[in-house]
Design a protein around this ligand. Structure first.
Ligand code: FAD
Length: 539
């Protein structure tokens, strides 16, 4: 960046993890890159903050698996301080009849057999089948989707090539696997799991992945894809496993920021962009709320497409059809997030004890069946939230003593299925404390020492998520992961290649393929396309 006249090659709006990844790849290729971040810290939804004196936590995203191994390697995130640990077990789910299910590793089959020996026998086949399909997704996450283009054959040829490559990947699956893939894309997580298993607890553990960030019944068509989306990751080379970044999710984005700075990226904090500057229909820079002007050959947005095109761009520069599509971009993952400081670990009625045990390190799912999850959704549709909500609790201090004072703990409560907008136009500000109390009571019903152990709490309603992180409707993925908002349709047909309708303006956030989660993939893919345009002298 030429500091004196605020001139650079690529200007990135937003220092979320995808903005940081994109910036690093661009700078590595020799471009002068500046990031303008609204908040006083980089990382977007992947940050660690002190939410109560002496207690730090990953305040939004809280667990890692989807972060792409190629990106970890190429940005040398380990050298920049990133260390990821596996949980001792994956999930712990108290059941309605006072028992519990623990999953993870070799013990899963033995545990599931306590509920159904048939289910225990089917586990391995289920894992193998899903893994084959997940491999297809793993292959696709770092690809630019085939883009629907108008115009001459020159524009169409690269897209045709991408279609052929995609066809080649599909042919690598046998017919049974292709059928399975179709089923996973089109059917519901509930139907899919009902066809595999008969006992509720294992269906609930797997089905939870189908409703995370997906404001829908587990029996809604398309929810099986969301389940798949949550299993394509890996931790330290172990596929489908979720882990913990030492220091919290902020450790990931701090490592990314160091990688970017080492490559010469200029990161400006507390620099909210007010407007993308256009000249003759082309993006040429941005102006901040303070009135600073930055000029660049490429402008790259890390924001939800709705934020970019509805707030930062003069509507007159966009076609009516494009504006209509953006208005129809569905956001609102129905998520309510809390961080809790604890004086002691929860003692569960079904597995008592406050001394650290394996189940305390797990993703603790308080939603015993798919029908419970479905009820929670329908309650939220009609009343805003359910009296019996879905809570996943993670206690990262059980794996990481940097987060809480000795002997104390921090817990993340990730609560699904609250209405993004409350019925009757009511504000979340009027109800957030009450709903937070309900979430605490829900945990307390399973672990009766929980409520009394709470020393402090942070509440993030959908409205808080929007205000704090710029997540439209509190959507954790920058737009629902539904079939008409995926792959070549993310964020819309014709713009799936990280280029918008205005020359010089690109997208690199979770609203592009492959969507939400701390993957780094949109940032990586966008950088490749931008560099291609620099090479072809389109910029
Ligand atoms: C509560 C919650 C829990 C989640 N849990 C997980 C999880 O456990 N694991 C996982 O993998 N994923 C999780 N996710 C999803 C994941 O965190 C997001 O999909 C991902 O972090 C999005 O990254 P991004 O870089 O695309 O965008 P963001 O992280 O949203 O970054 C966008 C950046 O742009 C900045 N910005 C906005 N407006 C402006 C402006 N006008 N000018 C300048 N800057 C601006 C924002 O401040 C932000 O830093 C969770 C998300 C949430 C909210």
């Amino acid at each position: 960046m030429n500091q004196s006249n605020n001139q650079c090659d690529a200007l990135i709006i937003g220092g979320g993890h995808n903005g940081l990844v994109c910036a690093s790849y661009l700078a590595q290729a020799g471009l002068r890159v500046t990031i303008l971040e609204r908040r006083a810290v980089v990382g977007g939804a992947a940050v660690t903050e002190e939410f109560h004196p002496g207690f730090r936590n990953s305040v939004a995203a809280y667990t890692v698996s989807l972060l792409n191994p190629k990106i970890i390697r190429e940005l040398e995130l380990a050298r920049h301080g990133l260390r990821v640990l596996e949980r001792r077990i994956s999930n712990f789910l108290p059941t309605e009849d006072g028992r519990y299910l623990c999953t993870g590793g070799d013990a899963t089959a033995r545990e599931v057999a306590r509920f159904s020996s048939r289910d225990a026998q089917r586990l391995q086949d289920y894992g193998t089948r899903l893994d084959h399909i997940a491999d297809v997704l793993r292959d696709l996450v770092l690809q630019t989707p085939p883009n629907v283009v108008r115009g001459n054959w020159r524009a169409a040829m690269p897209q045709l090539w991408r279609m052929l490559q995609l066809g080649g990947r599909m042919r690598a699956l046998d017919l049974a696997q292709q059928r399975e893939l179709l089923q996973l894309f089109a059917s519901s997580a509930g139907d899919y799991l009902d066809a595999w298993f008969e006992s509720d607890p294992i269906k609930a553990v797997y089905g939870f992945d189908g409703i995370v960030g997906n404001y829908a019944s587990p029996y809604a068509p398309g929810s099986a894809y969301v389940l798949l989306h949550h299993v394509f990751g890996e931790t330290n080379g172990r596929k489908g496993v979720w882990g913990h970044a030492i220091g919290g999710m902020g450790a990931i984005t701090q490592a990314m920021a160091r990688a970017a700075a080492e490559r010469g990226v200029d990161i400006r904090l507390a620099s909210p962009v007010q407007e993308v500057m256009l000249e003759r229909g082309r993006a040429v820079g941005a102006v901040t709320e303070r009135g600073e002007r930055f000029h660049a050959r490429a402008v790259v947005s890390n924001l939800n497409p709705k934020l970019l095109y509805q707030r930062l761009i003069d509507p007159g520069s966009l076609s009516a059809e494009f504006r209509e599509r953006i208005a129809g971009w569905r956001c609102g993952s129905g998520t309510f997030r809390m961080n809790v400081a604890l004086s002691e670990l929860p003692s569960f009625t079904c597995l008592p004890g406050t001394s650290l045990a394996d189940h305390h390190t797990a993703g603790i799912i308080l939603a015993p069946s798919l029908s419970y999850m479905e009820r929670a959704y329908f309650d939220a549709r009609t009343q805003g939230w359910s009296r019996q909500p879905i809570v996943e609790m993670l206690i990262p201090s059980t794996l990481d003593d940097s987060l809480a004072p000795p002997g104390r703990h921090v817990a993340s409560l990730f609560c699904q299925h609250v209405a993004p907008q409350l019925p009757n136009g009511e504000s979340w500000d009027a109800h957030r404390e009450r709903v937070a109390d309900l979430m605490i009571e829900t945990v307390n019903a399973h672990a009766p020492n929980f409520k009394a152990a709470v020393l402090g709490r942070q509440i993030m309603s959908p409205l808080d998520l929007e205000r704090t992180f710029g997540l439209v409707g509190g959507d954790i993925f920058h737009g629902a992961l539904q079939l008409d908002q995926l792959f070549s349709a993310r964020p819309m047909l014709g713009h799936a290649d990280y280029r918008g309708p205005l020359p010089g303006l690109y997208m690199c956030g979770s609203g592009t393929h492959p969507g939400g989660g701390v993957t780094g993939a949109p940032g990586h893919n966008a950088a490749r396309e931008i560099l291609e345009d620099f090479r072809r002298r389109r910029l």
